[in-house]
Design a protein. Structure first.
Length: 715
């Protein structure tokens, strides 16, 4: 177990003026608060934060990171509080510890590739300080190193999560030793058989290989010395997991994996690096397309180096990396290099420079699109503009920053979006325009009756939600326009004596629709509803001669009206002077002079007169309605029906007919039904001069003995 003094010594070695007091206080606090807790290994719990802090010194991190590393499990596993930590260690240390705790609280259901990528981004986005990630990585390294104490199923789960999530993060951040170690330990648990095989083979040929490595290193050193270049030469083998991946990817055996060995030449200046490259290529034949200039074009994670693969002295491939000491430092520590102590500079100042540098990198090197590289995610990770949230099932969804529950709902499914009524975030109701934050669990309440609102367009952030909402609103509008357009056209067609339905079924319809530039009859009707075409335009396409008809109709109405105005007293006709226009009386209501009436113009059939209270009059097309008045004096008689209910007595019918004739009416038709209850129902059609006359007739019949009721029929 590493001791606190080792850690303090290590810090002092790379940061002589370090505030060791902070680290010591964190150690004392951690020791006290974890007192009594033990790891599964049986060791005191304190060993874990100490090891993590030890790993952080390997990254040469500042004392704030070390203190946070020593305290990283206190909020999760003990009764320590954030307030207490702030009081003792200040807000910076506390925020980092809180960040690590927040990450530990996440649990991931899926390890699908796409999910893993989202989870990685989510972790990076959730950490507002990169040191949170570095501590989390060191935490994972120590947990992997002690994985043998976990139960078997947990070993596999943790190993898989490490491969899916944490090793790639270490890779992105350029901390390759952590990436390699995490991968190798996980490999051992996930593929124990394959691991033993490769480890065995690497070990078996160890002596042979070491001799070979020394030979190559000697040749390189000799050539460099001849060119007056002073350098350090390192030789190494690939990590086991890397060898295995290569065997799988290329479907080759262990012996066939050539570049198991790699060499590194470290020089002083960039110019020397290119000189060294020239020498290597003149000694050994380079393999085409294997040369990469990461000095001229640094990787987005700041990695710089020249890479080449050559055919070595014994005919096998050798991978060679050439870089300066500074580049090597960055290559070994990755992004952590920029949080390391540098003489004469405070950490904060350093940090500011790094962010400026990163930003510049992001802006200038947009063209670097390699998905394996840090580039495309730098923006997301260090300047997050995405949020990562959980579905109720534990899936991770990535949404743009500022996204709302409505965006979330549409990201799940269009239907969920369309029917989205409300939302819960971490179990609490929130407004639909609530801004989601990374790590939240979102639950959508939906109802089949619910419809998207136009207001949503004011706050949604995703193009998907926006287009789905627009689509839905458009469809709704079209439905309404179609119904309205159909109604308007039906009315217009009827007005001109045409039937819209038969026109729609006719052969002409296609031509008409095309002449408007639409694809279907529905499109045309909807266009009328939108107001893009008028119903009359549509009518005219079907009946080009309509204008003439229309004029004709207009003139009929005009003539009628003129005639109505011109009195023709002699005619005795009820409508003022329209005797030479065909006038018919509605059989339905049999209007009488003195009663309010309206006329209905029928082309070719003149005017039909109805009482204003007649159902037919009420349903009339207003365009064909014509106001009428009775002539002041008429001598005409008008037919009207009356119904009389009476006791069936001898001589009754005679009494009624006598009464009718006394009232100066003629009986046009009579019909008598005798009922079983000795009552009789009589229906007469009589002729009267006007409404008043009818009233008198009915009154006189009602006064007869044995008559129960008498009333007008028809209405
Ligand atoms: Mn831990």
């Amino acid at each position: 177990m590493i001791r606190i003094t080792d850690i303090l010594d290590s810090v002092s070695s790379y940061h002589p003026e370090a505030d060791l007091d902070l680290v010591e206080r964190a150690y004392v606090y951690s020791a006290r608060i974890h007192d009594g807790q033990v790891r599964l290994s049986g060791e005191p719990y304190l060993s874990h934060p100490l090891e993590v802090a030890g790993l952080l010194t390997q990254l040469k991190l500042d004392t704030v990171s070390l203190a946070a590393g020593l305290l990283h499990d206190t909020l999760e596993d003990t009764n320590a509080t954030a307030e207490e930590l702030t009081k003792i260690f200040g807000p910076q240390v506390t925020q980092i510890v809180e960040g690590v705790t927040k990450l530990s609280a996440l649990s991931f259901r899926s390890s699908e590739d796409r999910q893993a990528e989202s989870i990685r981004k989510m972790i990076l986005a959730m950490a507002d300080d990169i040191r949170v990630i570095l501590i989390k990585l060191c935490d994972r390294v120590h947990n992997m190193r002690t994985l043998q104490f976990q139960k078997e199923h947990k070993q596999v789960r943790i190993a898989q999560e490490t491969v899916d999530i944490y090793a790639p993060i270490a890779n992105r951040l350029g901390i390759y030793w952590i990436k390699n170690e995490l991968e190798d330990i996980a490999f051992m648990y996930l593929f124990p058989h394959e691991y033993r095989e490769i480890a065995g083979q690497v070990a078996r040929k160890k002596d042979e290989r070491e001799e070979y490595v020394e030979t190559i290193k000697d040749i390189i050193r000799e050539k460099m010395t001849q060119a007056h270049l002073s350098c350090t030469v390192l030789g190494r083998h690939k990590n086991f997991s890397g060898i295995y991946q290569k065997m799988m990817a290329q479907q080759v055996s262990f012996e066939e994996v050539y570049d198991i060995l790699g060499f590194r030449i470290i020089l002083d200046t960039v110019q020397q690096c290119y000189e060294a490259l020239g020498i290597i290529h003149s000694v050994w034949k380079p393999i085409p397309k294997r040369f990469k200039d990461h000095i001229g074009i640094p990787k987005p994670n700041m990695y710089q180096s020249l890479h080449t693969t050559v055919i070595g002295p014994f005919g096998d491939r050798i991978e060679i990396q050439i870089r300066t000491k500074e580049m090597d430092r960055v290559a070994r520590h990755g992004i952590a290099a920029h949080w390391q102590y540098k003489e004469g500079k405070s950490v904060d100042e350093n940090e500011g420079q790094v962010f400026a540098w990163l930003r510049k990198l992001v802006e200038e090197q947009e063209y670097l699109k390699d998905p394996d590289e840090f580039m495309e995610t730098v923006r997301l990770e260090l300047f997050p503009d995405e949020v990562y949230v959980f579905t109720p099932r534990g899936d991770v969804l990535s949404l743009p920053k500022g996204a709302t529950p409505v965006d979330f709902a549409y990201a799940i499914h269009s239907e969920v979006g369309n029917q989205c009524m409300g939302a819960k975030v971490n179990g609490r109701m929130v407004p639909l325009k609530y801004e989601l934050k990374t790590g939240q669990r979102v639950d959508i309440t939906s109802s089949a009756k619910h419809k998207p609102s136009r207001d949503w367009l004011n706050f949604v952030k995703t193009a998907r939600a926006r287009s789905r909402i627009r689509q839905h609103i458009k469809a709704e509008e079209r439905k309404q326009s179609l119904a309205l357009g159909r109604e308007m056209c039906e009315k217009a067609f009827r007005k001109y004596g045409l039937s819209l339905n038969s026109c729609l079924k006719s052969a002409e319809i296609r031509k008409v629709v095309e002449s408007f530039g639409y694809k279907s009859a529905d499109d045309l009707l909807a266009a009328v509803g939108y107001g893009k075409a008028t119903p009359l335009q549509v009518v005219r396409r079907f009946a080009p001669n309509l204008q003439a008809d229309e004029e004709q109709r207009e003139s009929i109405v005009h003539k009628l009206k003129e005639r109505i105005r011109r009195p023709k007293p002699k005619s005795g006709i009820l409508v003022k002077g329209v005797e030479d226009v065909l006038v018919r009386y509605g059989k339905c209501c049999k209007p009488l002079p003195g009663e309010p009436v309206v006329g209905y113009i029928t082309r070719g059939q003149g005017i039909t007169v109805h009482r204003t209270i007649c159902a037919h009059a009420l349903n009339m097309d207003s365009a064909r309605r014509i106001e009428l008045e009775w002539a002041p004096e008429t001598n005409e008689l008008y037919p009207v029906g009356i119904h009389v209910l009476c006791h069936d007595r001898m001589g009754l019918l005679a009494n009624i007919t006598s009464a009718l004739s006394t009232a100066e009416t003629n009986i046009l038709d009579a019909n008598v039904i005798t009922r079983a209850d000795e009552k009789a129902e009589c229906n007469f059609t009589i002729s009267v001069t006007d409404a008043q006359h009818l009233e008198k007739v009915i009154k006189s019949i009602k006064s007869l003995k044995n008559v129960i009721t008498a009333r007008r029929t028809g209405i």
